[in-house]
Design a protein. Structure first.
Length: 317
């Protein structure tokens, strides 16, 4: 049993009416769990779920803008790729997940917000054997998010390089967006100790991989540079979007191995991520980047990114 007590209604019920639930009083968050909506206080999974016991599962963070779910297909494609790498069978199809994500946004009145989609291995035993887990669980949360303060987007962020290195491809492949985020969390702890919001993670060879939760970009002349996926960078959806926008703007986009020296001597630096969007970086390890202010290429790509979010995406209504 999952320990759930009160159901707020099912996906089919919601989709059949298209209007939500009446007589519920003020809107409150409802969480999608395995085909049903539950009130926030009743949204529970079993303590024997291996997603909790072992971090055995996958997830996606997805944005909604202006009544549309942005890059939903790309996020779901990556979710299925991560699950395949873990031999985790997602118990819903791509189309069913699309409808469920949209319905969860609609159910919570989210037009501009953040969606967290998780697939856990499901309920099993206290042993780690995934064969003992009967059925994976799908959880969808739609809410608001503000990762960084507006001031940081205006003035730029200071970051540092931390000792914790990115996972080896031969261990836990960085391409898998799994529920086990300890590698990133350890680096985030080191960023906190240093008094900064984000931090660069190097790989075992000393090349730049990514930051604790974001991809990293450099601007050098008319070139846009970002670490290759082989260096340990995540297959970032925002990363790919920004690279496309840069090419459309006439920039040369390349993915070379980058060192800290390259970062220090860049004209501009910025981070990308679904939650972070595009964050300017103005100082790294005490070195001022470029003029010490968000640069013209960073601002141009930010404008084009926000323009794209206004016209594309899976409609919520």
């Amino acid at each position: 049993m999952h320990g759930r007590t009160t159901r707020a209604g099912g996906l089919k019920d919601y989709c059949a009416t298209g209007t939500g639930y009446l007589g519920c009083g003020p809107p409150r968050m409802k969480v999608f769990i395995d085909g049903q909506f539950y009130a926030e206080s009743d949204a529970k999974i079993s303590v024997f779920d291996h997603g909790l016991l072992y971090g055995d599962g996958v997830f996606e963070g997805i944005r909604a803008y202006h009544g549309r779910v942005f890059k939903l297909k790309e996020h779901l494609d990556r979710l299925f790729c991560s699950a395949k790498a873990l031999l985790l069978d997602i118990p819903m199809t791509h189309a069913e997940l699309t409808r469920a994500v949209v319905a969860t946004c609609r159910e919570n009145g989210v037009r501009d917000g953040y969606v967290r989609l998780l697939v856990t291995r499901g309920v099993g035993t206290l042993g780690l054997n995934p064969k003992r887990c009967r059925r994976p669980s799908v959880i969808i949360i739609a809410d608001s998010i503000q990762l960084y303060s507006p001031e940081l987007y205006d003035k730029g962020m200071e970051i540092v390089t931390v000792p914790t290195t990115r996972n080896l491809h031969s261990a836990v492949n960085p391409a898998i967006k799994s529920l086990n985020y300890l590698n990133n969390i350890l680096a985030k702890i080191e960023a906190n100790i240093a008094g900064v919001e984000e931090a660069i993670m190097l790989n075992a060879e000393g090349y730049v991989a990514e930051c604790t939760g974001d991809n990293l970009f450099l601007v050098k002349g008319r070139q846009l540079l970002t670490p290759p996926l082989s260096a340990g960078a995540l297959y970032g959806i925002t990363r790919a979007t920004v690279m496309d926008l840069a090419r459309e703007a006439g920039l040369t986009v390349a993915e070379p191995n980058l060192t800290r020296y390259d970062v220090f001597n860049a004209d501009e630096c910025f981070l990308t991520g679904t939650a972070a969007e595009i964050m300017p970086v103005v100082k790294v390890d005490g070195r001022t980047i470029g003029t010490g202010q968000p640069g013209p290429v960073t601002r141009l790509l930010t404008e084009r990114y926000h323009a794209l979010t206004r016209v594309t995406g899976e409609p919520i209504v």
